[in-house]
Ligand binder design. Structure first.
Ligand code: UT7
Length: 409
């Protein structure tokens, strides 16, 4: 029986702080008029609270997606976080999100494909589900690029915003869901959009920091030219691969980088504005988060109906591009969830925090007390030592308590 990958849950999370174009006029030599006419952006959300990070935004968006789908985190098989502003080089942000959600049976990894990343991750989720390797995959795009932007560089700091969007993709026998995808890359253009330092090629040093090499550097015109060329062709190819024509597409959800880029794609594809979702005026360019955030907006605005064909197209650093066609299968609007289910979900999310805290505390306690001196071949002399050893073996076996058997294709 063929397995389809259906989006059954969705959510987004945005930092509270809003930075308007007027605010930016006080920071750099720019104007509301320039930003609006050259990009279409009016404001963006910025994570000013240091406790708000790429992982916390991702967790909130994913919790919302799980709530909408009414699926517990324990059922998720894989967490994919697409991001260009990860918490660390390692561990992956996805692992932190998996822990924060209490997705105790899930694998987790980050996906780096810049602004195209969400569509890349959606395509990977489709593959995992179609191949029988997963039943539920959380696909999250999350960014706090404001922390990698040089706030004295007017050519980049006016563009980006922070936020996260997530979808829960589920295996289904109902035809529809992800129908096609197109993924592309041209690394010869890698230097057009880059954070030069902080990786293995140019590790962070006093010099790299002093020269601002850890900030986003962009050849705006170069990326603009690439984007206006690639968006329409990737979109067209994804539609053809789905066995459809552009007339069958009810809604285009493009990466929200620049209104002029989107308008150029609309023109080339012959799509009028009522078939295109544009929300960059409110959020700026949230990179890989822009498409799932826009999907949530489209649903909220009543612009998505059951059996609609949605076309998602992203492009960005790498250079990369990605397009996918999704046949929407969930009837909308959703019936309201009972207060009891909502309470159950928030209870489970709180328990996940308690569990995470407990595991960290036990690990620390073990290391401080017996950890390094203990020879595993020798029996512990005290009841306390034996108890800790048992706990340690449970901690190191990680998911052993609920490990699911591998699924056969
Ligand atoms: O998410 C994917 C990655 N990013 C993108 O997709 C971005 C793609 N590129 C773009 O969206 C556009 O190229 C930008 C919005 C970044 C720039 O727009 P542009 O129309 O290509 O402007 P430009 O870079 O050609 O600059 C035109 C002028 C320059 O002044 P001069 O040299 O003509 O005197 C810039 O210095 O605008 C100036 N400028 C600004 N002026 C006021 C550049 N940034 C600003 C600014 N405020 N913030």
């Amino acid at each position: 029986m063929r397995r389809y990958a259906q989006i059954i849950g969705w959510g987004r999370s945005l930092p509270n702080h809003i930075l308007t174009n007027d605010d930016l006029e006080r920071i750099v030599d720019t104007s509301d008029e320039w930003i609006r006419t050259r990009t279409g952006i009016r404001q963006r959300h910025i994570a000013t609270d240091p406790r708000e990070t790429t992982a916390t935004l991702a967790i909130k968006a994913a919790q919302e997606a799980l709530r909408v789908a009414d699926v517990p985190a324990s059922k998720v098989d894989m967490v994919i976080v697409s991001t260009s502003s990860p918490e660390h080089i390692f561990p992956s942000t996805a692992s932190l999100v998996q822990d924060g959600l209490g997705a105790v049976h899930a694998g987790a990894f980050d996906l780096s494909a810049a602004c195209s990343g969400f569509v890349y991750a959606l395509s990977v989720a489709h593959g995992l589900i179609a191949g029988g390797l997963a039943e539920y995959v959380l696909v999250i795009g999350s960014e706090t690029l404001s922390r990698f932007v040089d706030w004295s560089d007017r050519s980049t700091c006016v563009l980006f915003g922070d936020g996260a969007g997530a979808v829960l993709v589920a295996a289904s026998e109902v035809p529809g869901g992800v129908l096609s995808s197109v993924l592309g890359s041209d690394g010869s253009g890698g230097d057009l959009l880059i954070i030069p330092a902080g990786g293995s090629k140019l590790p962070a040093s006093l010099e790299t920091v002093a020269s601002g090499q850890h900030y986003v550097k962009m050849d705006g015109r170069g990326v603009f030219r690439f984007a206006t060329r690639i968006m329409a062709s990737a979109a067209q190819e994804a539609v053809e691969r789905a066995g459809l024509s552009m007339d069958d597409i009810e809604l285009l959800i493009p990466h929200q980088a620049n209104r002029r880029i989107i308008e150029s794609a609309m023109k080339q594809l012959g799509l009028a504005e009522d078939r295109v979702l544009i929300d960059l005026d409110r959020y700026g360019n949230t990179s890989t988060a822009s498409i799932p955030i826009a999907l949530c907006d489209a649903i909220e605005e009543g612009r998505v109906k059951q059996h609609d064909h949605l076309l998602m197209v992203g492009f960005g650093g790498g250079l990369t591009w990605a397009a996918a066609v999704v046949e929407w299968s969930v009837p909308l609007p959703l019936p309201s969830t009972s207060w009891w289910r909502i309470a159950q979900h928030s209870g489970a999310f709180h328990m996940a925090q308690v569990r995470s805290f407990g595991r960290r505390a036990l690990r620390r306690l073990y290391n401080v007390t017996v950890g390094e001196q203990e020879d595993d071949n020798q029996p512990s002399r005290t009841v306390f030592g034996r108890g800790l050893r048992r706990l340690r073996s449970r901690l190191s076996s990680g998911r052993s308590s609920g490990q699911q058997p591998p699924k056969e294709p």
